[in-house]
Write a protein that binds this ligand. Structure first.
Ligand SMILES: Cc1cc2nc3c(=O)[nH]c(=O)nc-3n(C[C@H](O)[C@H](O)[C@H](O)COP(=O)(O)OP(=O)(O)OC[C@H]3O[C@@H](n4cnc5c(N)ncnc54)[C@H](O)[C@@H]3O)c2cc1C
Length: 336
């Protein structure tokens, strides 16, 4: 089977390319560099309407080529139309692998395409590498948490192409950017098609608070802080941070699911992650262990959170946090 290149789904919402697509383009650049026996390109597929400069943006972020389908019927995500356009492109271009962000849209789209083109799919992956045991290969080893995050499985797709994966947002770095990077833009023809779903109305979801995935400082609380979230709120306000929570707290109804960190919540990478009264279950640490600095406060010296912490404080967060708050207030006063 003659296959080539790594295809990346470029997800746009309201004509804003989602960061996970940039993360995948950067990762694809690193992967093609390791495939030395044949020339692989990074190829993007972008669907939408009035896309303007977006295809150039895709090139600047690492694609060598971008296929574009620009049509009013594609302006918002539609399972059937997107599946159709992308499956046809895959049959024509024959990519060796196809990467999609594990967003709500990606998780809906990927299995549809995999079934239609008869290939496998590794869903919700956290790591991708080229088979390190063989030379002259483009075989991907794709790792994802399994059994509730208690172990990791590495999955290969030896007999079918493309090798498909959805990858969680924020686990890879979007570190490739080159202004005015040259590349090829190919416009795909699109024939209007019926969709068995008719959108009657579109209501934008408004984030109830600040987005924890973009915060530089996260003040995160677990069940140990259940009755004392006001301390976290105050500290967040003083430090310019945002409050986050473990699932232990969300399940108790004490915090919104929007601010849950972890495997079934969000993956975060702030500069500072302050974990107060969080035990550090793998399902929690999977969502925060890439933070730059992790400061953990826990009364139990054996708490697993300390194994991922940069700095660990064994103690009662209810007494430590008021001291930090007082200190910050004092510091602020001195500087006014
Ligand atoms: C499929 C699956 C998916 C999951 N997904 C997620 C997820 O996305 N995110 C997530 O967080 N969890 C997730 N979980 C749950 C996870 O396994 C843990 O149960 C959960 O993270 C525990 O929350 P916690 O640390 O707040 O509570 P606990 O485990 O109860 O820990 C509370 C901690 O607070 C400490 N403590 C108590 N009082 C104080 C005090 N005064 N000062 C300092 N420390 C104190 C205790 O020593 C303890 O370590 C998932 C589980 C499963 C099975």
């Amino acid at each position: 089977m003659e296959t080539k290149d790594i295809l990346v789904f470029i997800e746009q919402r309201n004509n804003v390319i989602q960061n996970v697509s940039y993360e995948l383009l950067s990762e694809a650049r690193k992967l093609v560099k390791q495939i030395k026996h044949v020339k692989f390109e990074v190829v993007g597929i972008l669907l939408g309407n009035n896309l303007g400069q977006l295809p150039h943006d895709v090139l600047n972020h690492g694609a060598d080529r971008v296929y574009v389908a620009d049509h009013p019927e594609l302006s918002h995500y539609s399972t059937l139309r997107y599946t159709h356009v992308i499956s046809e492109l895959i049959k024509q271009h024959k990519p060796d692998s196809f990467l999609i962000g594990a967003s709500v849209i990606g998780r809906d789209l990927a299995p549809r395409i995999a079934a239609r083109i008869d290939t496998g799919l590794t869903a919700d992956a956290t790591k991708i590498e080229i088979n390190p045991n063989e030379e002259n290969t483009s075989e991907l080893w794709i790792t994802r948490p399994a059994f509730g995050g208690n172990l990791f499985g590495t999955i290969v797709c030896p007999n079918h192409r493309p090798q498909m994966a959805t990858i969680r947002p924020q686990v890879l770095d979007a570190d490739f950017y080159q202004l005015n990077r040259p590349g090829i833009i190919v416009n795909l023809p699109y024939k209007p098609m019926e969709d068995n779903v008719r959108i009657l109305n579109r209501i934008e979801k408004h984030q109830s608070g600040p987005d924890i995935t973009h915060a530089q400082i996260l003040i995160s609380g677990g069940r140990g802080m259940l009755e004392h979230f006001e301390l976290l709120d105050e500290l967040a306000q003083l430090s310019g941070g945002v409050v986050a929570a473990s699932r232990g707290v969300v399940d108790k109804g004490a915090a919104s699911k929007d601010i849950q960190v972890g495997q079934t919540g969000k993956t975060v990478r702030p500069r500072l992650y302050l974990a107060c009264g969080i035990s550090g279950a793998v399902q929690h640490t999977a969502g925060m262990d890439k933070s730059e600095t992790i400061l953990a406060i826990n009364s139990d010296p054996q708490a697993p959170i300390f194994s991922v912490a940069t700095i660990g404080i064994v103690g009662d967060a209810k007494t430590i946090l008021p001291l930090v708050i007082e200190n910050l207030k004092h510091h602020k006063l001195k500087h006014h």
